[in-house]
Design a protein around this ligand. Structure first.
Ligand code: ADP
Ligand code: MG
Length: 277
């Protein structure tokens, strides 16, 4: 096998820059799931804003390279500024610092990249985004247990994996795989969020057990990981995601926004638990 010494030294330099950047980020959280469409990006965005309301400095890294939804969901357009080749400034929306590949690819064009290129982009973000000091960096990952999760785990060293599931069995099956992956990757803390737990009727406000309720909590118990809480399905949540107006800021009194704030409090407790001060 041919090894290009220039490439090796570039990667070593990049790893050094990543290590330097990580020193300024106190807690790193990876949000993933076994399955698509369960609400990872929605959870990542709203938890980031819920943490921000706790007066924390928060960054949101969109590590879903082939399906980067974060700018749309937080209402960001335009390109991030670059100070030089190795200094990318995050975009800022309502105090949240955001980085995504989305503004760098033409609209509606697919990102047809194999794993190494996707991993390389995540590494570049970790090495070159100038977050300054952060209390929390939330990372939104694509579904499944592929390269992106491996890269984030190996390079970003998250202290917490949040695994999002819906309550129905087809999602729970994949969620168990994701929990086991987080265990194999030795992510120190693993927690489950149950999303779409009941549908709040927009007319009468009653909750309908559309996908069932409680499956995520039971699974977390069975697999001996933490359970952070459940989030119902609410029309405002979907609308906010589509319109780029974060629900936690737009409708702080909604059931869903309150659930996110409670989960953010649980996250802070979980991260601080067992930590020496
Ligand atoms: N709790 C919720 N209430 C209402 N809509 C939701 C909720 N969670 C997710 N959605 C909607 O479901 C769709 C898929 O969510 P998304 O966060 O993109 O999932 P993923 O990132 O797992 O693919 C989006 O349109 C989103 O607005
Ligand atoms: Mg997503």
């Amino acid at each position: 096998m041919n090894v290009n010494p220039d490439r090796v030294s570039q990667m070593e330099e990049q790893d050094k820059r990543i290590e330097q950047k990580l020193k300024n980020i106190q807690y790193r959280i990876a949000v993933f799931s076994g399955k698509g469409g369960v609400g990872k990006s929605t959870v990542a965005v709203n938890l980031a804003y819920a943490l921000l309301t706790k007066k924390l400095k928060v960054g949101l890294l969109d590590a879903d390279i082939t399906g980067p939804n974060i700018p749309q969901m937080v209402g960001l357009s335009g390109m991030p500024d670059m100070m030089d080749q190795h200094q990318i400034l995050p975009q800022i929306k309502e105090g949240l610092r955001v980085i995504s590949i989305a503004p760098m690819i033409p609209k509606d064009q697919p990102v047809i990249w194999r794993g190494p290129l996707r991993s390389g982009t995540i590494s570049q973000f970790l090495a070159d985004v100038v977050w300054d000091e952060l209390d929390m960096l939330v990372t939104d990952l694509p579904p499944g247990t592929g390269d992106e999760v491996l890269t984030v785990s190996q390079k970003m060293h998250p202290q917490l994996a949040i695994i999002v599931t819906t309550p129905q069995e087809v999602s729970l099956i994949d969620c168990r795989r994701a929990v086991n992956m987080a265990k194999k990757l030795n992510i120190p803390k693993i927690a489950v969020v149950e999303n779409m737990a009941g549908l709040i009727c927009p007319h009468c406000g009653e909750t309908i057990d559309f996908f069932g309720v409680g499956g995520g909590e039971q699974m977390a118990m069975d697999m001996d990981v933490a359970f952070l809480g459940r989030i119902p399905m609410e029309q405002q949540s979907r609308e906010c995601g589509d319109n780029g107006t974060p629900l936690v800021l737009q409708y702080p009194q909604s059931v869903t926004a309150k659930a996110f704030v409670l989960i953010a409090e649980e996250i802070s407790k979980l991260l601080k638990a067992g930590q020496q001060s």
